[in-house]
Write a protein that binds this ligand. Structure first.
Ligand code: HEC
Length: 168
């Protein structure tokens, strides 16, 4: 009988959860270096996709972070029409307060803000990586910028079709 590498890793990580385990658990973690993706149930220990990214559950909390957040700023301070001031909405034209307004894009991105199935061409990903042709890398106050795992999470959501209700 033979097991694939991923099956063995899965078994090893299950064994780590058992209190009497004598296995070296440090060998199992962290293989993909992205705890958030695992916490979100998007990838398993081998990095294989196992689930659907939810905008409301997984991405909204990142956008929602305030400048004082220990995990680094999100977008709320500058891009939420619900806030008293919003320089990113004023100068960039982008309202991130709902998924519906996010989908409308901003002054230069428009419908290219999120292209379902194509994260690389989506303006929001290029802006987060600093490769967009116009303006600066987001969040504009950075560094810190979003972590690679967080940008990957948003990329995965777009690759999976950028689903979600406009109210999310
Ligand atoms: C400190 C304020 C600030 C923060 C925080 C911020 N932005 Fe911006 N954003 C701006 C400003 C100002 C512009 C317009 C200038 C530019 O594009 O560089 C802009 C423009 C943009 C644009 C381009 C819109 C267009 O169509 O031209 C995108 C996309 C964007 N922001 C995404 C984000 C995302 C996603 C976050 C959170 C991860 C974020 N921003 C956080 C201020 C901010």
């Amino acid at each position: 009988m033979s097991f694939s590498r991923s099956t063995l890793l899965l078994l090893a990580s299950l064994a780590c959860a058992l209190p009497l385990s004598s296995l070296g658990c440090s060998q199992v973690a962290p293989l993909v270096g992205s705890e958030q993706l695992r916490d979100a149930g998007v990838v398993d220990v081998t990095g294989a996709e196992v689930g659907q990214v939810s905008f409301a559950r997984d991405i909204r909390p990142i956008l929602e972070r305030l400048p004082t957040d220990p995990a680094g700023p999100g977008c709320k301070k500058c891009h939420y029409s619900s806030e008293a001031s919003h320089i990113g909405l004023d100068l960039g034209g982008l309202d991130l307060s709902s998924l519906g307004t996010l989908r409308q894009g901003g002054g230069t991105s428009g419908s290219k803000i999120v292209i379902p199935g194509n994260p690389a061409e989506s303006a929001i990903i290029q802006k987060l990586r600093g490769t967009y042709a116009f303006g600066t890398r987001m969040p504009k106050s950075g560094p810190p910028f979003l972590s690679e795992a967080e940008i990957e999470l948003i990329s995965t959501w777009i690759a999976q079709g950028a689903k979600g209700a406009d109210s999310e």
